[in-house]
Design a protein around this ligand. Structure first.
Ligand code: GLN
Length: 558
């Protein structure tokens, strides 16, 4: 393991190696470090810099694929098929650029690499240690991502908070960067939370001070502090934090909780953070071009009539599970001059009858998102049937498409026992209209064994999908194990379910729709991953348009 990770000074002077921005967090988790990192990337990109972002995650998992979405939130998928933390979704949306598997590093990957190298004898008899072997592996991954991206500025978000036992190797690795590479090439940004104390009606800076102290104790002096708070922060508090943290006051940037996360970049710009960073990293002045983002935020803030979309799902206590989907729906609603009124419907309550399915007539559109396992599926199928029969616009995403196929099979193709092999192993009396493909059946491993990442899809002439995309050939991201069973294709088509998108070889069914319905469409992939706030996805635009023209947008009134 002697691969070099340090850039040669010569490369640096030729501008080939990016400057680094390291984002750490303090006080508590969930304070929006991902959005902060994404926003810094956004304002630098608006200044014309080529930017790349990378996330270091502390978990011992090798990737996010095996994490329970109900606990950890959405598993975001890149074009090259990495199953990553949802922060990568923020990065892609704020930067309007697609990232790669390099951009997500989990501790499990690092340990796996180091342990495998040890087994292969690559350490030549040396004791294998946290420093330098693990930290070097971290730095190698960082430089590999930075070089491959051809960015001028490479941002790294270190997951967790300073002082976490599990984050020590990442913090030590990023600390070394300044020594390796010259302080002028590395900028440390620390995001800290300032709690509000109701008893004395004030914001407290002490926990943030302490987190900076912890950071300095491990050898990192922050250059910029992002002071997060739910309440306005006074000038004197910023000064206090500046003094204790040893950071000039102009570089202590207050970011109070704002209405929409998309406002954060503009807030940072208003405090001159783009200029401060460019100066501190010795990057030349470039004019700012952020008109698109200003227009987006103006649209978001404008009062707009709502459009109500029912989301029939399972992990409802953890809305982060559907992060990209919600953002895709919002972006499409905004583009149509509406605000999204998202109505969460628990599929299990439909199943148990606690929530009468007829209630869904109050929705302008119904969506069934991706999901796993049998729990709640009968409720979802009932919702899909209702959408079909009442001609309510319906969009099925991955699992939502598979259940749409099952619904048609059961109710229109005389296959009352139609199911997915995910719920029931293939038996004679059942019809697995959704199944595992032959070669997949042998796989027992759970991690990284799904159909993942971007796949090309050919669209059928004159179909709704073709009309919406306006293209013959598209590429969309996948994350699923089961597939449409071609043995039932003819039967399902006779039942009115048109296959409007397949892999170019025609083998895998990717999109189904009903021509006799205003909008009844299901996709085997996850279009939400490619939707951007400034460039909403055509399928979501089409779905929202159909929902709006179904004119059931009156507010909930219950
Ligand atoms: N559980 C389904 C499958 O594995 C759908 C997955 C999903 O919705 N992402 O095929």
């Amino acid at each position: 393991m002697v691969a070099k990770h340090k850039p040669a000074r010569r490369e640096r002077t030729r501008g080939k190696i990016p400057k680094l921005i390291i984002v750490t967090g303090g006080v508590l988790s969930g304070l929006g470090k991902g959005v902060t990192t994404a926003s810094i990337g956004n304002i630098l990109k608006a200044r014309g810099f080529r930017v790349n972002t990378q996330k270091f995650d502390q978990y011992l998992n090798v990737d996010a694929g095996t994490l329970n979405p109900g606990e950890h939130g959405e598993v975001f998928v890149t074009d090259d098929g990495a199953e990553t933390d949802l922060d990568l979704g923020h990065y892609e949306r704020f930067l309007d650029q697609s990232l790669t598997k390099d951009c997500s590093v989990m501790t499990g990957q690092i340990y796996l690499e180091v342990t495998q190298a040890e087994r292969e004898g690559k350490y030549l008899g040396k004791t294998v240690q946290m420093i330098p072997h693990v930290t070097d592996a971290v730095k190698r991954r960082m430089w590999a991502a930075a070089r491959r991206s051809h960015a001028e500025i490479h941002l790294v978000e270190v997951g967790g908070t300073v002082g976490d036992y599990e984050g020590a190797h990442f913090l030590e690795a990023v600390r070394q960067l300044a020594a390796d590479d010259g302080k002028e090439n590395v900028l440390y940004v620390h995001v800290a939370f300032l709690p509000y104390l109701a008893a004395s009606d004030e914001i407290k800076t002490k926990p943030a001070q302490n987190s900076v102290r912890d950071l300095r104790a491990i050898g990192i002096q922050p250059d910029v502090i992002i002071a997060r708070a739910d309440h306005p922060i006074s000038k004197s508090q910023l000064e206090k934090l500046s003094l204790y943290a040893n950071v000039d006051v102009a570089s202590v940037i207050p970011v109070p909780t704002v209405g929409s996360m998309y406002e954060v970049p503009l807030h940072m710009e208003a405090h001159g953070l783009d200029r401060i960073i460019a100066q501190k990293l010795g990057l030349g002045f470039r004019p700012r071009n952020d008109r698109i983002w200003h227009r987006l935020v103006a649209t978001i803030k404008r009062r707009k009539p709502p459009v109500r979309i029912a989301m029939v799902g399972k992990y409802l206590n953890m809305k982060d599970t559907y992060m990209s989907l919600i953002e895709a729906l919002k972006a499409a609603a905004w583009a149509h001059g509406r605000s999204l009124d998202l109505w969460w419907v628990d599929a299990e309550q439909i199943e148990s009858g606690k929530f009468p399915v007829e209630e869904l007539q109050h929705a302008a559109g119904i969506a069934v998102p991706g999901g796993f396992g049998v729990r709640g599926t009968e409720g979802k199928i009932r919702a899909i049937r209702f959408a079909r029969e009442k001609k309510i616009p319906y969009l099925g995403l991955c699992f939502g498409m598979q259940l749409m196929v099952i619904e048609t099979a059961r109710h229109l193709a005389r296959l009352p026992h139609a199911t997915s092999e995910e719920f029931a192993p293939a038996e004679k009396k059942r019809d697995p209209v959704i199944h595992l493909m032959g070669e997949q059946k042998k796989t027992l491993l759970k991690g990284g064994t799904m159909r993942l990442g971007a796949w090309p899809c050919a669209l059928k002439e004159k179909s709704l999908a073709r009309k919406l995309y306006g293209e013959r050939r598209i590429s969309e991201r996948h994350r699923h194990r089961y597939e449409f069973n071609n043995a039932y294709r003819a039967k399902l088509e006779r039942a009115g379910l048109a296959v409007s998108g397949t892999t170019p070889d025609g083998q895998l069914v990717e999109i189904v729709e009903r021509p006799d319905h205003p909008f009844f469409l299901g996709v085997q992939f996850h279009p939400e991953f490619q939707s951007r706030p400034t460039r909403p996805h055509p399928l979501f635009l089409g779905f929202l348009k159909a929902a709006i023209s179904s004119r059931k947008t009156a507010s909930r009134g219950r």
